[in-house]
Design a protein around this ligand. Sequence first.
Ligand SMILES: Cc1cc2nc3c(=O)[nH]c(=O)nc-3n(C[C@H](O)[C@H](O)[C@H](O)COP(=O)(O)O)c2cc1C
Length: 176
Amino acid sequence: METLQAIFERRSIRKYTGASIEREKLLTLVKAGMAAPSSRDTRHFHFVIIDDGKLIDQLNEGLPYSKMLATARHAIVVVSDLNVAHGGIETDYWAQDCAAASENVLLAAKDLGLGACWTGVHPREERVAFVSQSLGLPLNFRPLCVIAVGMPTGEDKARDKFDPQHVYWNQWGKKE
Ligand SMILES: Cc1cc2nc3c(=O)[nH]c(=O)nc-3n(C[C@H](O)[C@H](O)[C@H](O)COP(=O)(O)O)c2cc1C
């Protein structure tokens, strides 16, 4: 699939068939995540791949707005090693880096014919604590999000989100 096609046709998928996904494909998603840019090339990303149904159900119960996990049946949790990230917890470079990695995962899922949906964790401290405890994350490792991954039913369709009113040339307000 062409890169631009994946970008334009990606959707947050919330309707899944429940089918299982091969570990090799899940690893490809993680490879795409690790290829993301990071501040000072610190590459502090870690990815917890979840294909254990019990753990999926546990995350689903503990996180709000994560109901799609019930049928997605897989997830990738994007985690930062704050000891390694540029600026550590004092800046938000770690979160920007992890967001870039997360978007790569979403686009790679689209390319492979899989569905994915970002589920917010950071900056909600109760969600950070819940996910960290569920996955046994060491101190100073912080999760940004839980990405649901599964086989899409095809009901979530692409849509055009381009808004020319939000585009300017050279100066704010200049339309040409
Ligand atoms: C930081 C962030 C947090 C999000 N958290 C959730 C979430 O907790 N649950 C969910 O279903 N979708 C979540 N989303 C997905 C957005 O709802 C989705 O991207 C938005 O509705 C636009 O739809 P689209 O991705 O299909 O274009 C999140 C997206 C971002 C970037």
